[in-house]
Design a protein around this ligand. Structure first.
Ligand code: PLP
Length: 420
């Protein structure tokens, strides 16, 4: 029976039951962590050979990878990822180990130096970004750190709420929007062709409006079906806004999260712009690592084969999370959650006003969860209901324990609220 159909006496009994279950949970002395979307050790082991791949032929395309230079990154690795990301290889750069740095730097360059279309630095006026939420907390951290005002808008199943986007882009201070197009963090949503086309064609008051298209999970399917990302570069060019998109990706969740390779794609003008600024910052990326990656991965098909092996490890974990949520929470009608077909997260919505309480209860029982509100600009979930679950890192038995414990906390918090 759902909680809202219970009589007062039944709710009191339900609360007592959950308090008992929670007391038992606390006594179990757990120490579990499902906070961040990190690959597990078993996943990292899939790329162990990267550590011993001999970079014998160290001259690649006329570039000695051991030396300075080669700012665009190695041609053979760019060719592999150009195919996977559906972009022209000349418009794709390969960088160091974190696409997040490329996102950060792109925004800093625009703030300090302006953009190819508009040399006036963004910082000369107010700068605002549209932030589909729930979204990726580190995108929001970049904005907050750089003094960019964040405007939360709803993230729907096929992308951002376009009515809200249309309304806000009439403000010339709105310079950009964050988009994770495929298997979004944390909802798993995939931006539809229609939404992508509308974003590309939007009339924006800012002449140098940017779509920060963070395709971190482009090839990270959890099923046999592949969700093809919309061709944002092509769509924007066709709509007469070639400079609008900046696309990011990386091998962080393909090979080694801490020692992968990042990618940035954009129009020829954006690529030249980015290189002109980044050339001041570095004399070139880590090409030894890029060559190791090219040799280890071999081809686009090599990447997809490796992703299939990740899937074998990840899919049972996601299935476990969804099974426990469904068995433990569905009968009581106290939560809803996403069932992602790829990516790294499950987004759980609990009873309004109880997410912080759930996270606190879990913490006191030894289960670390991402702070409530983390997936929202300024850490503020207006309904205090969203919790991001990251199933990838813990081994299956620990994940199972953590989920059993989490669901007990969700039920207890819901019961407490019902009697309050
Ligand atoms: N973008 C999204 C949407 C992510 O979820 C993550 C990591 O969780 C990243 C980027 C980080 O990417 P990188 O390791 O390339 O900096």
């Amino acid at each position: 029976m759902t909680l809202d159909s219970l009589s007062r006496d039944q709710i009191d009994a339900f609360l007592a039951e959950q308090q008992q279950a929670y007391a038992a949970l606390q006594q179990a002395g757990l120490k579990l962590d499902i906070t961040r979307g990190k690959p597990s050790a078993a996943q990292l082991d899939l790329s162990q050979d990267l550590l011993t791949t001999p970079v014998q032929d160290h001259v690649s395309g006329g570039v000695d990878v051991r030396n300075y230079g080669g700012g665009t990154g190695l041609a053979e690795l760019r060719a592999i990822f150009a195919e996977l990301l559906g972009v022209p290889v000349e418009q794709l750069l390969a960088g160091n180990n974190a696409s997040l740095s490329m996102m950060h730097d792109s925004i800093v360059f625009a703030l300090l130096h302006g953009t190819p279309e508009q040399p006036t630095p963004w910082r000369d006026g107010p700068v605002k970004f549209l932030c589909p939420a729930p979204g990726y907390d580190r995108h929001f951290a970049i904005c907050e750190h750089l003094g960019i005002e964040m405007i939360p808008i709803a993230m729907l199943v096929d992308g951002p709420d376009m009515a809200a986007v249309r309304e806000h882009v009439a403000d010339p201070a709105v310079k950009g929007i964050w988009i994770v197009p495929t298997y979004a963090n944390p909802t798993g949503a995939v931006v539809s062709e229609e939404v992508a086309a509308e974003l590309a064609a939007l009339q924006t008051a800012a002449p140098d409006f940017r779509i920060l298209w963070d395709n971190a999970y482009a090839v990270h399917d959890l099923t046999e079906d592949h969700a093809k990302s919309a061709d944002i570069l092509g769509l924007c060019s066709a709509a007469g806004h070639p400079e609008r998109p900046l696309m990011f990706a990386s091998t962080s969740k393909i090979t080694l999260a801490g020692s992968g390779v990042s990618f940035l794609a954009g129009s020829p003008a954006n690529i030249a712009w980015y290189l002109s600024h980044t050339a001041i910052r570095t004399i070139g990326p880590d090409k030894v690592n890029q060559l190791r990656h090219a040799q280890f991965l071999g081809s686009a098909q090599g990447v997809l084969d490796l992703m299939a092996r990740h899937r074998e490890i990840l899919a049972p974990k996601f299935a476990t999370v969804l099974r426990i949520l469904s068995e433990r929470l569905a009968p009581h009608g106290v939560a809803s959650w996403t069932e992602p077909k790829g990516g790294y997260f499950v987004s759980l919505d609990v009873v309004d006003g109880t997410a912080s309480r759930v996270v606190q209860l879990a913490k006191e029982a030894g289960i670390s969860l991402t702070p409530a509100g983390a997936s929202f600009p300024y850490g503020k979930d207006p309904r205090d209901r969203n919790i991001r679950i990251a199933p990838s890192f813990p081994p299956l038995d620990e994940l199972t324990q953590a989920m059993e414990g989490l669901t007990t906390c969700v039920l207890l918090a819901a019961a407490e609220k019902a009697v309050a």
